[in-house]
Structure formats: structure tokens, C-alpha cells
Design a protein around this ligand. Structure first.
Ligand code: NIG
Ligand code: FE
Length: 403
């Protein structure tokens, strides 16, 4: 059973066996801030009360968690979900040994340009609904499959209907019609295209890597975006060692995403900055790339986020639980670190303090797991563990439980 119910004024969730608050000041003294036998009251979109189940106040509606686990809603800080078409043949070829080069982006660009806005909207809405079913309550959405002024603006208009965290990624790749005029394309992205897109975007992003944009081009793109009032973030160090991460730090980008190939200098630069390293394990899975080394980043003092990178080329999943399971198994994160990275870490990567934590006054975005502990997110990979999702205090997903 799924779907939004009529809005209720206040909801008490009681009987929570394990409540992960991400508020280190309360609970068990770990970053997860775990409370046992807890309850929460949600009111007017915010968390109004957190405490012991036995002391819970009354509310209009009462939900019994039955001893199960409640966590903050996932913050998926990196997606490309506005597109048309699919690339399963490219995936199959990769699994048969072909490398990922980024060249397939052009395939999705062609399909996206040919699609109506209604079709793009329907596809994106479907993926957002899927994300909510796996516990995502905040999502960032990039453009990047239009690569003309009109098409990039079209993608951002659709994205804007679905989230506040929209990102202008005109510099995803150089489109075929500019293959012999890279400078002309960078001029477009930093000029007319930016001007048309900036009103619909909060962030500016660039793919700074082999086969995409070099350091000078990427710096020009991000600086132009900043001058237009956008805040920077960057795709980099996915395919090889390169300047991306250090450029992200230089420009105080909120996040450097991928981070598969990092030198010691990259690590130190990140550790001394406010730039989050956003790791995308499902992308590494689907490109059969070496996983980013989260352990090395965390041990160096870098703040890490996990995100899906949902896109038709390198990571066609909306599942944050899958990302957590992969990060624990393949990136050497503990289950607790992975959960923090998928919630509070994502919030840091979007420079938000209203989400990623369960505390009075914060947004009432949370997930009821059909499990006694958050560890099950990695311990039971592939299981549909999300029993219910609340966003801004309203239940937006509910799965009839087996109990
Ligand atoms: O984040 N790396 C660049 N962009 C996307 C992939 C886009 C595609 O292949 O369609 C990513 O993995
Ligand atoms: Fe991406």
C-alpha cells in the first residue's frame, strides 16, 4: 500500500526500538545519537518533540513502530534524473569488458532533446516516487542532458518542480555540434545558457575529468556560475587523478563528487576545507570501477557523503540503502558511518542544516525501517526495508508490513 494520505496536523510515532537522531548531543554519545524505546511528535512539518516512549505527549494521529528502527530520511545529494531513454546495451557491453568513458552521455542527450517536457517530467516523477519508497526525503537534481540553452532550461524547470536543490550542469560534456569548438561551448555555458538557467538553479556543477572539461574550463564554468549567484559543486577524479578535487576546494565548493582517484595532496586539501567528498558507490558498481576509498578519506578527517548518482549511464538506481550496503562492503565504511554519510553527510554536501538530523525544530523527514536496527541496511542487502517515509511531517509512503 503506498501513497499520500490527507494531511494530519500532528503525528506521534511511538514504540521506536532504536531511534537514530544524528544528534551527537543526545542518546548514546556516538555520532548517531541513538535513543531506545523512543517516540517523536511531528507537527506542522517539523519535529516538535523527541523523547522516551513512556513520556510521549498526545497527537492527532498515533503510529506504533512496534519496536522497529527510525532514522532520518536519506539526503540524496547527487542525481541526474531528468532524461529520456535508457542505456542497458552500454551497461551490458561494460559488463562484457568495455571501459566507461563518458561517451555515452551523448546518447542520452540525443534522446532527451527529442523528448517532450511532459515525458521528461513523467520520467523524473517516477524516479522521485521510487526514491521516496526507499527512504529518500531530500534530493538534488542536475540538468546536463540537454546541452542547449533551451534544453538545459527545460530540464531545470522540471527539476525545480521536484526539489529546491537544482543544479545547472551545462558543462557535463561538450555536445557533438561543438566537437570542433570547445571554447565556443564553454562560452555558451558561461554566457547565454547560464543566464537562461540560473533563475531555476541553486547550484552550478562541472564534470572535470578525462574526456570532459579540463581545469581551466572547469574553473571558468564554476566562476561564471558563482558570479551569477549559484553555488559550486563538481564531478571530479572519477576516471583518473586530476585537478578536480583541488579546484573544488579552491572555490569552496560544497562537494567534490566521485573521488575515486585521490593523491595525498587531494586528501589534505579536502580535510582542511568545508568541501564534502561525495562518494557514489552505485556508479562504481555499474562502471566496474575501483570503489572510492571512504576509509582513507574518513581517517584523514574528510567529511563524506553517500549519494546515488542516479542516471541512465553509470548508476540507474535511486536506492540509498543499496549505496549504504555497497559502501560498507566495498568502501570499508562501518554501518554507522554509512548511515551518517547518507543522511547528515548529504545535508552537509548541500549546505543544509534543516535536514539529515532528527531534532526539535528540524524538518520532520524520517523513515521507519522494517528492522530493529540501522545495521540491517547493510546486513540485509537488497531487502525492501523501508516500511514508511514521512516528509515534512506527512506520510508519503507506507508499505503494509508482514507483522
Ligand atoms: O556522474 N560522470 C559524469 N556524469 C555522470 C554519468 C553520466 C552518463 O554517463 O550519462 C556520473 O556518473
Ligand atoms: Fe553524476
Amino acid at each position: 500500500m503506498t501513497g499520500r494520505r490527507d494531511d494530519v496536523a500532528s503525528t506521534l510515532i511511538t514504540g521506536i526500538g532504536e531511534l537514530v537522531t544524528n544528534d551527537a548531543a543526545r542518546g548514546d554519545g556516538t555520532p548517531l545519537g541513538i535513543l531506545h524505546d523512543a517516540a517523536i511528535v511531528l507537527e506542522q512539518g517539523a519535529v516538535a518533540w523527541v523523547g522516551a516512549s513512556s513520556e510521549a505527549p498526545a497527537a492527532d494521529e498515533r503510529v506504533d513502530a512496534g519496536g522497529r528502527c527510525v532514522i532520518p530520511g536519506f539526503v540524496d545529494s547527487h542525481t541526474h534524473i531528468v532524461f529520456a531513454g535508457e542505456r542497458s546495451a552500454e551497461f551490458a557491453a561494460r559488463m562484457a569488458g568495455e571501459p566507461y568513458t563518458g561517451g555515452g552521455i551523448a546518447t542520452t542527450v540525443a534522446a532527451t532533446r527529442a523528448a517532450s517536457t511532459a515525458r521528461l517530467r513523467a520520467g523524473a516523477e517516477r524516479l522521485v516516487a521510487e526514491a521516496v519508497e526507499s527512504g529518500t526525503t531530500t534530493i538534488e537534481i542536475k540538468s546536463g542532458y540537454g546541452l542547449t540553452t533551451v534544453d538545459e532550461a527545460r530540464l531545470l524547470l522540471v527539476a525545480r518542480e521536484l526539489t529546491e536543490d537544482t543544479t545547472f550542469l551545462g558543462a557535463h560534456t561538450v555536445p557533438p555540434e561543438y566537437a570542433n569548438d570547445r571554447a565556443g561551448y564553454v562560452a555558451l555555458v558561461t554566457g547565454d545558457m547560464l543566464e537562461a538557467c540560473a533563475p531555476f538553479a541553486r547550484w552550478v556543477d562541472v564534470f572535470c575529468d578525462r574526456g570532459a572539461f579540463d581545469e581551466d574550463e572547469a574553473r571558468a564554468v564554476l566562476r561564471a556560475g558563482i558570479a551569477a549567484g549559484l553555488r559550486p559543486r563538481l564531478h571530479g577524479n572519477q576516471l583518473e587523478h586530476g585537478p578536480g578535487v583541488r579546484l573544488a576546494v579552491e572555490l569552496d565548493a560544497a562537494s567534490a563528487d566521485h573521488c575515486n582517484h585521490l593523491t595525498g595532496a587531494d586528501l589534505s586539501a579536502l580535510a582542511d576545507s568545508d568541501t564534502v567528498a561525495t562518494l557514489l558507490p552505485a556508479s562504481d558498481f555499474s562502471t566496474r570501477a575501483p570503489y572510492a576509498d571512504a576509509r582513507r578519506l574518513i581517517d584523514a578527517g574528510v567529511t563524506v557523503a553517500l549519494a546515488t548518482d542516479c542516471n541512465p549511464g553509470t548508476s540507474f538506481t535511486t536506492s540509498m540503502p543499496l549505496c549504504i550496503a555497497l559502501a560498507v562492503r566495498e568502501m570499508r565504511m562501518t554501518p554507522a558511518e554509512a548511515l551518517v554519510a547518507a543522511t547528515a553527510g548529504g545535508a552537509r554536501a548541500l549546505r543544509r542544516d534543516d535536514v539529515g538530523v532528527i531534532a526539535e525544530g528540524r524538518r520532520a523527514d524520517l523513515v521507519l525501517l522494517d528492522a530493529p536496527s540501522h545495521v540491517h541496511l547493510a546486513y540485509r542487502p537488497g531487502a525492501a526495508l523501508v516500511a514508511g517515509t514521512w516528509k515534512r511531517g506527512q506520510r508519503v509512503f507506507w508499505r503494509s508490513t508482514r507483522t
